[in-house]
Design a protein around this ligand. Structure first.
Ligand code: DGL
Length: 272
């Protein structure tokens, strides 16, 4: 059977492109539909029920576009809504997990720093992830990074403001001996070069994009949903201002893109 349905991927904005590019690398034949919810970013400082409502509205939209799987390319939305999405939608839901486990395994100093949004660090999921490392020798330090998502949304990947924020957020982690940094927000891999420059060559920087892409492949293979070999396409939608967002998205994606405005959320849903 030919599987022509796309994979639906979303984030509060352009951050999830760091996951989308890994999915594209892992699955070159798939069609990908990406929603950048930039009109509602950042999620990291919003209440949980707000993020849940956005996740449900976007999941409805993606299933209306026939998505055969949903990828929550956002750590904050994962903490707030992944369980709810799994309960409500009849498709595989693949979500993020900060790369704490590989970081603990690789760290030589035994001190790992996690950079993420306030909401991610306050989530039950993150508490459970930390608890799974209790009793080991590793020390896992969490650092919230308010303001960074906004810099990436503005396309400022190396300007003075971004540098000043990152310098302040890295300092307490590096002072306490962190030699491995986990990027626990999908916007931050777009800043990976700057983070490495500021942290120095002895510090390793990890994110979970590639692991999530492998998980997408596994779930599609298990459920018989992998696409037949052919050229995969990408379609981008945004709740933000497409004219403002286009240059940032196209630069981060590295190519010309097809970007359309996200229609307003409908009242009611087939899935609720
Ligand atoms: N990319 C989102 C994440 O992974 C950013 C959240 C936000 O919008 O604050 O957490």
């Amino acid at each position: 059977m030919m599987i022509l349905k796309p994979i639906g991927v979303f984030d509060s904005g352009v951050g999830g492109l760091s996951v989308l590019r890994e999915i594209r690398r892992e699955l070159p034949h798939e069609d990908l539909v990406y929603v950048a919810d930039s009109g509602h970013a950042p999620y990291g400082d919003k209440p949980l029920d707000y993020i849940e409502r956005r996740a449900l509205a976007i999941a409805d939209f993606l299933l209306e576009r026939d998505a055969k799987a949903l990828v929550v390319a956002c750590n904050t939305a994962t903490g707030a809504a992944a369980r709810l999405l799994r309960e409500r939608y009849p498709v595989p839901v693949i979500a993020m997990e900060p790369a704490v486990k590989p970081a603990v395994a690789r760290s030589r100093s035994g001190v790992v720093g996690v950079l993420a949004t306030r909401q991610t660090l306050a989530s039950d999921k993150f508490a459970a992830l930390l608890a799974s490392h209790e009793g080991t020798q590793a020390q896992v330090l969490a650092q919230a990074c308010p303001g960074l998502v906004e810099r990436v949304e503005a396309g400022d990947l190396e300007g003075e403001e971004t540098r000043a924020l990152l310098t302040a957020y890295l300092e307490p982690l590096l002072t306490r001996g962190a030699d491995t940094l986990v990027l626990g927000c999908t916007h931050y891999p777009h800043l990976a070069s700057l983070i490495s420059e500021l942290a120095g060559p002895a510090v390793e920087v990890l994110d979970s994009g590639a692991a999530v892409a492998r998980q997408v492949r596994r779930r599609l293979a298990e459920t018989g949903l992998l696409a037949s070999p052919r050229g995969g396409r990408e379609f981008f939608w945004t709740s933000g201002d497409p004219g403002r967002l286009y240059p940032v998205l196209a630069r981060l994606w590295g190519d010309d893109i097809d970007l359309a405005p996200l229609p307003p959320a409908r009242e009611g849903s087939r899935y609720r």
